[in-house]
Design a protein around this ligand. Structure first.
Ligand code: PLP
Length: 383
């Protein structure tokens, strides 16, 4: 594999790290489906692979690219974002303590609450980005992980990664950032002091809404990383080769898609903020967003594809979502096509998400078309 070190990350992504297949000179990285790998007569594995639950050449290239994009030491692919996230927590010992944000991707939060209620580990949820609350929650010697999600899904709260890392490291714990919404194009948490980055690669990393995948990227090849590698291999939480190949194909256009979606999202957020029939717009790219200055410092080239907005009542939110024609009324985010979702009913009782909030995942279509669609839906679903 040819990996020139002096080119931009967008070049590395476009060329899937460059080079061609040494056996065939194929320019497109091959899909290696084999589960077993043959030993040499002396019993060694000259190809460096043993069994696909542990390693696979198609994962290798995708992981190497992701590690380069995040400025990390190593990356591992998982069967989903949830498999990646839960693997981090499964490496903890009973009695270890976790601090997580109150506003975060709800399935991770509910999994954490469930695991903590069964005594798997101790858990405190603190308001996102509240440094005093974080200092109060930290238990030096017991807290192992401080989880960060920025921007948070779907409320778009921003957390200062560098400040969180400083506070967390002083207490001897590690910072893990769910950077799904930002992607390595817009934010590099490891550069800001995070120890581990997690992605739902189902979203913008793949970008075509046709792969379920997750990833972890580490700053260091240390003992916690060895435990994560062991957990993935032994619990079999890996991605299949075909999905890894599709993911690598999607990542080749990552920089184009992320830039275009962020540009469109900014225009959509500004149009909604001007609309008389919208009560609030939650988008870190808007100057009056409480996290705008921090996001401006730690994100480069845009603020991501999620724009959330409030329309007064749950009933109206449902009607606006139902009246949209271009935004498809479906869950998930980060695809080339724009989606809308009325979030609170999905998350259920106890969610911090307001009942009248609609989450948009802004794709790469024409921004004018998307804004016109929102305007017609807001007019159709009048108060
Ligand atoms: N983290 C965030 C921020 C997400 O939005 C999601 C999924 O929506 C996940 C993690 C979980 O990823 P997956 O659906 O790939 O398991």
């Amino acid at each position: 594999m040819d990996t020139p070190s002096d080119v931009k990350r967008s070049t590395l992504a476009a060329q899937a790290l460059g080079g061609s297949d040494p056996a065939t000179r194929a320019v497109v990285p091959p899909l290696v489906a084999s589960a077993p790998y043959e030993r040499a007569p002396d019993g060694t594995y000259p190809g460096g692979h043993t069994y696909t639950r542990d390693q696979n050449p198609t994962y290798d290239r995708c992981e190497a690219l992701l590690a380069r994009l995040e400025d990390g030491r190593e990356a591992l692919l998982f069967g989903s974002g949830m498999a990646a996230a839960t693997t981090v927590f499964e490496t903890l010992a009973p009695g270890d303590h976790v601090v997580a944000p109150a506003e975060m991707y709800w399935t991770i939060r509910s999994w954490l609450q469930h695991a903590a209620s069964r005594g798997r580990f101790e858990l405190d949820l603190v308001p996102n980005g509240d440094h005093d609350a974080l200092r109060r929650a930290l238990r030096p010697g017991a807290t192992r992980i401080v989880w960060v999600e920025t921007p948070s899904n779907p409320t778009c709260v921003i957390t200062d990664i560098a400040a969180t890392a400083e506070i967390t490291h002083a207490a001897g714990a590690r910072v893990v950032v769910d950077s799904t919404v930002a992607t390595p194009v817009l934010c590099r948490p490891l550069r800001l002091g995070a120890d581990l980055v997690m992605h739902s690669a189902t979203k913008q990393l793949n970008g075509h809404s046709d792969v379920l995948a997750g990833a972890l990227v580490t700053a260091r090849d240390d003992e916690p990383w060895a435990r994560i590698r062991h957990e993935r291999a032994n619990r079999g939480a890996v991605l299949g080769p075909f999905e890894a190949w599709l993911l690598l194909r999607g990542m080749r256009t990552l920089f184009l898609r992320v830039a275009r979606s962020a540009e469109n999202a900014q225009q959509v957020a500004e149009a909604l903020a001007r609309h008389p029939d919208v009560d609030a717009v939650l988008y870190p790219g808007l100057p009056d967003h409480p996290g705008h200055a921090i996001a401006g410092r730690q994100m480069q080239g845009g603020f991501g594809p999620i724009v959330s907005f409030r329309v007064g009542t749950a009933d109206r939110a449902r009607r606006v979502a139902g009246a949209l024609r271009l935004f498809r009324n479906a869950t998930s985010l980060g695809g080339v096509e724009s989606l809308v979702e009325h979030r609170a009913p999905v998350e259920g009782p106890g969610t911090p998400v307001p009942a009248d909030l609609l989450r948009l995942s802004v794709g790469i279509e024409d921004a004018g078309d998307l804004i016109a669609d929102l305007e017609q839906a807001l007019a159709t679903a009048a108060r």
